[in-house]
Design a protein around this ligand. Structure first.
Ligand code: AHM
Ligand code: MG
Length: 341
């Protein structure tokens, strides 16, 4: 007779999604199916990213590799793959992507009945891939505003971030993680490559109220607003009582910078600059999803004066200044900006 030994205590992403469906008593499983497909697409993109170095040896984007296949840029691959995965679910009626000027409507002749629209940056920080630095996928899901059965349109996407029903990111790093929220806390799943499953590794993530990391591209210092310069000075003051000077950490890959600060405590800043008066990051598929994650983890996200999630979007690719992270640190940035106005 064989006796079972030890405990088997793994919660996979799919088990978790199904368990959490009970949080939404009227849900019919559509959002769960959509989230499941996000996880599947993330695994495929992860595989491709892991092979990126090899692809580089064999050819560049636009070339043909030794197998006679087109070598595709990874961000385009990620874009196409997420679109294909979500199209196949039938739960999603349209997608907006950083890679595409216009929205992609899934009508395939007949309007599909999908209840949700999906916004994404399929591969954020992709300029970092060549040097083996972590990149990410950022996503946001809204309930459509137009009637089901008709083609979705831009109005389905131009909703404030408060209307998101789910948001998250995938970080392709030293390990690959999927972090998401449906408005009831934030949970993180690490991909176990031996079983090919995302497993719950970071349940109910809470970000510290205050941290000691500030993340900003200081190369742009000369072009920052006075309030941001004041905040940087504040971070660099020597004051052991408040653990200053703080640590400066900037990867230049939004998902990685935000993920580190979420877990350790800190603030990420991408202000307006003279070159980019509205900042660089995009409201719909970069700032809103990250802001929802931050708030759900107890943090804060602001454009310096307004809550990111309440900004009414006017354009699909609209940019906003972005300050996100530990609540007290974001409030200090806001104070510095207000004082300098
Ligand atoms: P991308 O969407 O073209 O990849 O650009 C977004 C990236 C973010 O990941 C990162 O926070 C920021 O751009 C870095 O910008 P910079 O190089 O100006 O510091
Ligand atoms: Mg981006």
């Amino acid at each position: 007779m064989t006796r079972a030994t030890g405990t088997y205590n793994i919660t996979t992403l799919n088990e978790f999604i199904i368990e959490r469906q009970a949080d939404f008593p009227y849900a019919k499983g559509e959002l769960s199916r959509l989230l499941h497909h996000v996880g599947v697409a993330a695994k495929v993109v992860n595989k491709k990213i892991n092979k990126a170095g090899l692809v580089d040896i064999l050819g560049r984007a636009g070339d043909v590799n030794v197998q006679g296949e087109d070598v595709q840029k990874l961000d385009l691959f990620a874009n196409e793959h997420f679109i294909a995965a979500l199209r196949s679910t039938g739960e999603c009626c349209a997608i907006a992507s950083e890679e595409d000027q216009e929205i992609t409507v899934f009508d395939d002749g007949l309007p599909l009945d999908g209840k949700y629209v999906f916004c994404m940056d399929p591969l954020d920080g992709s300029s970092n891939i060549d040097v083996n630095v972590s990149v990410g996928t950022i996503f946001s899901i809204y309930r459509r505003r137009t009637e089901r059965g008709t083609p979705a349109d831009l109005s389905d996407f131009l909703q404030p971030g408060t209307e998101q029903v789910a948001a998250g990111y995938v970080i392709y790093g030293s390990s690959t993680m999927l972090v998401y929220t449906t408005g009831k806390g934030v949970n993180g799943f690490t991909l176990d490559p031996t079983i090919g499953e995302f497993c719950l590794s970071h349940p109910d993530i809470r970000t510290p109220e205050h941290g000691t990391i500030y993340s900003i591209n200081e190369g742009n210092y000369a072009h920052f607003p006075a309030g941001v310069k004041q905040f940087i000075k504040h971070c660099q003051v020597v004051d052991p009582d408040t653990h200053r000077p703080y640590t400066s950490r900037y990867i230049g890959s939004l998902v990685s910078d935000v993920h580190r600060n979420l877990l350790k405590g800190g603030v990420f800043l991408y202000p307006s600059t003279q070159k980019a008066p509205q900042g660089k990051l995009r409201l719909l598929y970069e700032c809103n999803p990250i802001a929802m994650i931050a708030e759900q983890a107890g943090g804060k996200a602001s454009d310096g004066a307004r809550r990111i999630l309440e900004i009414p979007p006017e354009d699909l690719h609209q940019r906003v200044p972005f300050y996100v992270g530990s609540r007290q640190m974001v409030e200090t940035v806001e104070r510095c900006l207000a004082e300098a106005r």
